[in-house]
Design a binder for this molecule. Structure first.
Ligand SMILES: [Zn+2]
Ligand SMILES: [Zn+2]
Length: 143
C-alpha cells in the first residue's frame, strides 16, 4: 500500500496543509501543544490537582473543547486529576473516558446486539428458503 500525502484543510484554522496523522496544521498543532503545557503545568500544582474543567478554562484560558480533546487522547488522565470530567455526547452526564457514559454505551451495545440478532435471523431464514428451493427442484415431490 502506498500512502499518498493528501492536502487537507486544517480543522482549526482552515489553512491548507499536507495531511499527516493529524487533522490540524503544524502551526495549530504548536498552539495546541502550548495550550496542553499550560493546562498540564496548572494541573500539576498540588493545589490545582482537583480542579474541574471549568476552573482550568478560567485559569489557563484554554478552550474547554481542547481540554476535553486532551482527555480523549488520554494525555490528561482522571487517575491523576480526579475532578476532570466532560459531558456524555448523548445525554450530557459527566464522564471521564470515551465518548458516552456507561448507560448510553450499554444502550447502544444492546441496540447493536439486537441488530446482530435480527441479521442472523434474516440470514438463517434465507438459508432455509434456499434449502427448500433446492429440495423442491431435486426431489420433485411435495414441498
Ligand atoms: Zn491550523
Ligand atoms: Zn450518556
Amino acid at each position: 500500500m502506498i500512502i499518498v500525502s493528501q492536502l487537507s484543510n486544517c480543522v482549526r484554522c482552515g489553512t491548507v496543509f499536507a495531511k499527516t496523522i493529524r487533522d490540524i496544521c503544524p502551526s495549530c498543532y504548536r498552539e495546541e501543544e502550548q495550550a496542553f503545557q499550560r493546562v498540564y503545568r496548572f494541573l500539576t500544582k498540588r493545589k490545582n490537582r482537583e480542579a474541574t474543567i471549568k476552573e482550568i478554562v478560567l485559569a489557563t484560558e484554554v478552550e474547554e473543547e481542547l481540554i476535553i480533546k486532551f482527555m480523549k487522547e488520554n494525555r490528561l488522565r482522571t487517575s491523576q486529576f480526579p475532578k476532570l470530567a466532560y459531558p456524555c455526547e448523548k445525554c450530557g452526564v459527566d464522564i471521564v473516558e470515551g465518548r458516552l457514559c456507561y448507560a448510553c454505551s450499554s444502550e447502544i451495545k444492546a441496540d447493536l446486539n439486537m441488530q446482530n440478532e435480527l441479521d442472523k435471523l434474516i440470514q438463517e431464514r434465507k438459508e432455509r428458503e434456499h434449502e427448500s428451493i433446492y429440495y423442491t427442484i431435486n426431489k420433485d415431490d411435495k414441498q
